[in-house]
Design a protein around this ligand. Structure first.
Ligand SMILES: O=C(O)CCC(=O)C(=O)O
Length: 292
């Protein structure tokens, strides 16, 4: 297990920033007490209980899995947490947008996995440095529970060819898999525990295996970008300003939700989903439906 990275006044040191840019990731970074992350998990699970069979237009899983910050105040609250933003500022600088928040969940003793991929492949944002993912553990993420594996230094490559797969156990929207061989000894297991985050660059090759434990593996995954990032494939794209200012105007800003699943936020969710599908589903023959 990697040593916990200590933060100075909640912020990254110059050597931690260098490690991120050298390796394409950094972990484990403590951003909140474990008991607070456990409480966030309880809040999420209460929402699941309330909304699982509550007549939402799309399956609850879809809303949790992508753009949860549009419909769930909890997701936005986590994305806007100043302790996470203080860390992210060390990578992206003072102006930070929330591009997405996702709850990535693997149920106990299931085969769900994530094929090795680079996040930026189908997001239409180009091969950029200005996007970082903060992956907050709400339950233990270990090799046994299906923690992520990263390939060190892989973010220094371009966007590599990916192929769609139709593996029903693959949690990615189109089952995309990078078309390079990643030997086991190049996979760095990113073990982190509740209250800790890992950071990864949008081009870092990563994936994760099945959860073989009796507990759920739950993460809140936040995609942050700088305002100069721009959508290049879809006609428009959306973000929430989390810190600083947006002087570039490349994204449509929207207000975070105040209560879960209001009619207005559900309509906005559909608008964003439809717009982003032009990039995320470009050229796919996959008929699972976006984010299914
Ligand atoms: O949570 C996982 O296992 C994979 C998450 C992932 O691919 C990501 O955060 O980019």
């Amino acid at each position: 297990m990697a040593d916990i990275q200590s933060l100075s006044d909640g912020r990254l040191s110059a050597s931690q920033q260098k490690a991120y840019w050298d390796d394409g990731y950094l972990f484990p970074l403590p951003v909140m007490p474990a008991k607070e992350a456990v409480a966030l998990r309880a809040e999420l699970e209460a929402l699941e209980d309330t909304w699982r069979d509550n007549g939402l237009p799309l399956p609850l899983n879809t809303y949790k899995r992508v753009n949860a910050h549009c419909v769930l105040p909890l997701a936005h609250r986590i994305g806007a947490d100043p302790r996470i933003l203080d860390v992210v500022e060390g990578i992206l600088g003072p102006d930070i947008l929330i591009y997405g928040v996702e709850f990535f969940i693997k149920e106990p003793n299931t085969r769900a996995r994530v094929s090795m991929h680079q996040d930026l492949t189908y997001w239409g944002l180009g091969a950029i440095d200005g996007l970082v993912t903060a992956w907050l553990a709400l339950s233990p993420a270990t090799p046994a529970s299906g923690c992520m594996d990263f390939v060190q230094g892989s973010h220094k490559q371009a966007i590599l060819p990916h192929a769609d797969t139709d593996d029903p156990d693959n949690l990615l929207s189109r089952g995309q898999e990078v078309q390079v061989d990643v030997p086991d000894d190049q996979r760095v297991p990113i073990e982190i525990h509740p209250g800790q985050i890992s950071l990864h660059h949008g081009l870092t090759i990563h994936g994760s295996g099945p959860n073989t434990t009796d507990d759920r593996r739950i993460a809140a995954v936040i995609r942050y970008c700088t305002p100069d990032v721009a959508q290049q494939v879809a006609d428009k794209d959306y973000a929430i300003l989390a810190r600083g200012a947006d002087r570039a105007g490349n994204f449509i800003h929207f207000a975070p939700p105040i209560t879960p699943f209001t009619p207005a936020s559900l309509a906005l969710y559909d608008e964003i989903r439809t717009a982003q599908a032009k990039a995320t589903m470009a050229g796919t023959a996959n008929n699972k439906g976006l984010y299914a």
